[in-house]
Design a protein around this ligand. Structure first.
Ligand code: NDP
Length: 495
């Protein structure tokens, strides 16, 4: 099927000379220009400027002014109203945003429209609700009274200021929303730095935010690569950094945040997430679970399952059926609604996955299916299942962030806690069984920020999300995010 026509507004948007969005307006930018490449064709589709110190200074100054001004002084209900309007606008412009997202990231159009845009609106509405529910508490101190004086105390939640949000390329709309909507809900202001590969949707959303009534300076976007991110994180005007990306970059961000100052930091990092199937799971559910956990968005999801543990009595039939499923996936243009499996998001990622395939071939790993790049334009690889026979096999421990499931057989369910915990990461895990009691007994033994039972990958704005161990620090969503974006001030009164 041919690629569907671009919406006129998308074609016009791509033609623009993109730079940054600072203080309520598009700024062309003076830095180097970066090509934005369509992963399905490897052809450039747009250009964007990379932010240098001048643009970062301007964005942070605008965020600080809005914090001291219109947004910092806005009543909670006004903040909620603006976020709700932005949710409506994102839905109204959903087709346009989905096309731009698919063109820049290779995400299937249906996933962009039906999942990412819908979830972005849901998260905005969740944070809008939180804006009017930022509560302190009243406390009765036990200070002795010598002259009949009394004491009372209360706490206030106060926004920390201008917040930097650093976003990776896999969900450039949704992860940006997690960061700026939580900041704006609490009364903070935001400077978002999208990935150099996928900045276009955020530039468009910043325009919609202005239309939604979010005042100039409250939400800014600076584009560029790691250097731009580094400058933003090191900027003295930034009161908090919320970073999502790799462990290696997260460590650099953490160091910058504690270098001569103390800047609050939330780090959402990588994972090598385990998926354990108990022997009682029917084959169809197991297959569905493996596809849900490991192969959505070509595996480019931080919480995706990459280590699969299957009882020895079931592993052969499962891998045979999985290989048959993976081999028949319709691989192709993510803009084509009939495509089931698209390209990887960018060339460096393709190169990384190709190197992992070579490693698998070199170290004697059994390649059940896939294990190769595809000879066609764009950044395509075959969905891949690997079988290893040792718990210390390297591919069971290296994060691939791609469509590579690595499978190991176990003999006894007592092995599962050690197998599940056997990496330095701890983002997420899932346990699949018909015996809920067995799953619930495993939950406290798994060191991960999220444990799913009979599901994987799906997140909800009401449920906190974040990593244990090397997978990060802090929590987003739920009510947990409030701790990270507000200072808890205690007020004590003698009367
Ligand atoms: P990176 O860590 O390479 O980059 C993440 C972001 O940080 C990008 O915007 C990047 O810019 C920017 N950046 C790079 N260097 C610096 C620096 N020194 N200071 C500040 N910012 C910097 O990750 P990827 O974009 O490659 O994303 C994939 C990784 O993200 C995977 O490891 C995955 O596990 C993790 N991830 C975690 C999630 C979670 O919620 N825990 C969710 C999604 C992904 P640029 O891209 O332009 O280099």
């Amino acid at each position: 099927m041919a690629r569907p026509d671009l919406l006129p507004e998308v074609a016009a948007f791509l033609q623009r000379a993109h730079g940054h969005f600072i203080d309520g307006r598009a700024v062309p930018g003076e830095g180097a220009r970066l090509a934005i490449v369509d992963p399905a064709t490897a052809e450039p589709i747009a250009e964007v400027a990379a932010a240098g110190a001048a643009e970062i200074d301007a964005a942070v100054a605008a965020a600080q002014r809005a914090f001291a001004g219109d947004w910092g002084r806005a009543m909670p209900a006004q903040r909620a109203h603006c976020l709700l309007r932005l949710a409506d606008l994102i839905e109204a412009h959903g087709d346009e945003l989905a096309q731009i997202e698919t063109l820049q990231s290779g995400k299937l159009l249906g996933l962009a429209r039906g999942f990412e845009i819908a979830q972005a609106a849901a998260f905005l509405r969740h944070y809008a609700g939180a804006a009017t529910r930022l509560h302190g508490e009243t406390i009765a101190p036990s200070i002795p009274s010598f002259h009949d004086e009394r004491y009372t105390a209360f706490t206030r939640r106060e926004p920390v200021g201008a917040v930097a949000g650093i976003v990776p390329w896999n969900f450039s709309i949704l992860i940006a929303v997690w960061k700026f909507a939580s900041a704006l809900a609490t009364g903070c202001t935001s400077v978002i730095k999208p990935s150099e590969f996928t900045p276009l949707t955020m530039l468009r959303i910043a325009e919609l935010a202005l239309e939604a009534g979010i005042p100039p300076g409250a939400l800014n976007v600076v584009c560029g690569g790691g250097d731009s991110g580094r400058l933003l994180c090191a900027h003295p005007g930034i009161a908090k950094i919320s970073f999502t990306g790799s462990v290696a970059t997260g460590l650099q961000v953490g160091r910058a945040a504690f270098d001569g100052r103390l800047v609050r930091t939330t780090l959402e990092l990588g994972g090598k997430n385990p998926v354990a199937f108990l022997p009682d799971v029917p084959i169809e559910r197991m297959l569905g679970g493996i596809m849900e956990a490991g192969f959505l968005h070509q595996g480019q999801i931080c919480a995706a399952g990459e280590r699969f543990f299957i009882h020895r009595s079931r592993i052969d039939e499962t891998l045979e059926a999985l290989a048959a499923t993976l081999r028949t996936l319709r691989i192709g243009d993510p803009m084509d609604p009939t495509t089931q499996f698209g390209p990887l998001a960018n060339r460096p990622h393709l190169d990384k996955i190709a190197a992992l395939f070579r490693q698998a071939r070199g170290d004697g790993t059994r390649i059940v299916c896939g294990g190769e790049t595809l000879d066609r334009p764009g950044f395509f690889v075959a969905p891949t299942a690997l079988r290893v026979d040792r718990a210390d096999a390297p591919l069971l421990h290296q994060e691939t962030f791609g469509p590579i499931g690595t499978f190991l057989a176990y003999d006894d369910e007592d092995e599962l806690p050690d197998l599940l915990n056997g990496t330095p990461y701890g983002l997420a895990a899932s346990v699949w069984t018909q015996d809920i009691a067995k799953a619930l007994r495993l939950v406290p033994q798994v060191r991960a920020g999220t444990v799913w039972i009979n599901m994987h990958t799906l997140l909800d704005p009401a449920v906190p999300f974040g990593g244990a161990k090397q997978s990060g620090v802090g929590r987003e969503f739920g009510a947990a995010f409030v701790d990270d974006y507000t200072e808890l001030k205690s007020v004590m009164i003698r009367y």
